[in-house]
Design a protein around this ligand. Structure first.
Ligand SMILES: Cc1cc2nc3c(=O)[nH]c(=O)nc-3n(C[C@H](O)[C@H](O)[C@H](O)COP(=O)(O)O)c2cc1C
Length: 390
């Protein structure tokens, strides 16, 4: 896979197309890339390493690119193992290398690796610069986007922002080349991995607004060159917890299929009443990360769930806990429950929703007893009216 950045800035990352689950929880049907870059100047800097799963290929890419030169600096922007996992190998290959990180990087790094640091580190803080010759790196701290030691790096000669996990995306580069829909997998990546940290992302975006950026080099997914305003605008929307599109996600949790039927019927009513977009998701079967993505994408959501052991069917509980931990907020939510003797799903869902910021629960809450009947339709119509009211 050849990624062209410039004559002196080279891509040495690797694709992982055989990983079963990224971070042991996200399905990645098209794999993932671990990006790493080299800047060739009077001094040579490597920008992050890769997951141990890709180390062998990365080492080959690195040595081919160096063509006999040695590495002077390794800039460590993020210590998560999918980026730091080959640091020890780099130090083995180039024992004189200087590791560049911030105070938090070097406090955390020894937890991961037993490598000699004394005399081999350069600790940088906000705004510090490092000259490589014609290229100058400026370090911008990005704490809690989404780990405390994260920093990004701006190279001023070529106007490149090395953005760490920011602007990252699922999908191996070899499998997604030429694809135009960046947002779909970038959104799933953002909300599931960084979503909780909207405020730190906003802080970083404000700093980025002061930089003249021509290219964004993230640690996963494609290098971004054209139309950068599009990506920056999406990140602004996502990190401020504003909906990206008008629409309604209907997420259901059904044991025997009756709640599912009612959810489909409710979706039909919403479409008839002119909802801009209605997406129906089965929480027991579909990729939870994708449903979380849709919950953040649209401005409204309906939860439909069977009661279960005096609570709610577990996949709904799991979904709501995910939304809670990703700081879901600023949305209208409708509720439909099902139960055969003492329905408890609505109460349980409400109790979790009430912990979230600025969630409006739309009335009426609909209760179905075992199987949806004609007598349930008027309440469902009322909920559909309220969800589509302008
Ligand atoms: C293990 C289990 C626990 C249940 N717990 C409750 C309950 O606490 N209260 C209730 O009213 N119904 C309870 N139910 C019944 C279902 O919520 C009810 O039959 C509902 O109609 C199922 O909808 P579904 O067809 O969408 O799965 C339980 C069902 C199962 C299998």
């Amino acid at each position: 896979m050849s990624v062209v950045i410039s004559d002196s800035v080279k891509y040495i990352g690797v694709d992982d197309t055989t990983i079963d689950l990224f971070e042991s929880q996200y399905v990645v049907p098209e794999g993932v890339s671990y990006n790493s870059y080299v800047i060739l100047d009077e001094k040579v800097a490597v920008m992050d390493t890769v997951d141990p799963r890709g180390m062998e290929q990365w080492e080959k890419n690195l040595l081919d690119t160096l063509n006999g030169r040695k590495v002077d600096y390794l800039v460590v922007q993020h210590l998560e193992p999918d980026h730091s996992g080959s640091i020890a190998r780099l130090v083995e290959l180039f024992p004189d290398v200087t590791l560049v990180g911030n105070a938090k990087t070097f406090a955390m790094l020894p937890q991961f690796f037993n490598i000699p640091l004394e005399g081999h580190t350069l600790t940088v803080k906000e705004g510090d610069t490092l000259s490589l010759g014609e290229h100058t790196l400026t370090f911008v701290m990005a704490p809690m986007v989404h780990w405390p030691e994260v920093m990004v790096t701006y190279e001023s000669k070529e106007k490149i922002l090395f953005s760490a996990d920011g602007f990252g995306k699922f999908g191996a580069l070899s499998k997604t080349e030429g694809e135009d829909d960046w947002a779909c997998e970038a959104r799933r990546y953002y909300f599931n991995i960084v979503g909780k940290y909207g405020a730190p992302v906003q802080t970083l975006l404000k700093k980025a607004a002061g930089l003249d950026i021509a290219t964004i080099c993230p640690l996963h997914g494609p290098v971004l060159k054209d139309n950068l305003g599009y990506y920056l605008d999406l990140y602004n929307t996502w990190s401020s917890y504003q909906p990206e599109d008008k629409g309604i996600l209907v997420a259901y949790a059904s044991i025997h299929g009756n709640t599912a039927k009612a959810a489909e019927k409710l979706a039909e009513m919403l479409r008839e009443k002119g909802a801009e977009k209605v997406v129906v998701s089965d929480l027991a079967r579909e990729d939870m990360a994708e449903v979380i993505e849709d919950a953040f994408r649209y401005d409204r959501m309906i939860l439909a769930a069977a009661s279960y052991d005096a609570g709610v069917f577990p996949c709904m509980q799991d979904f709501l806990h995910h939304l809670q931990s990703k700081a879901y907020q600023n949305r209208k939510v409708g509720i439909m429950e099902n139960g055969s003797w003492a329905p408890t799903a609505a109460r349980t869902m409400k109790s979790i929703l009430e912990t979230m910021k600025n969630i409006e629960i739309v009335e009426p809450v609909v209760t179905i007893r075992s199987v949806m009947k004609d007598s349930d339709l008027p309440e469902m119509e009322k909920l559909a009216d309220a969800m589509t009211a302008k």
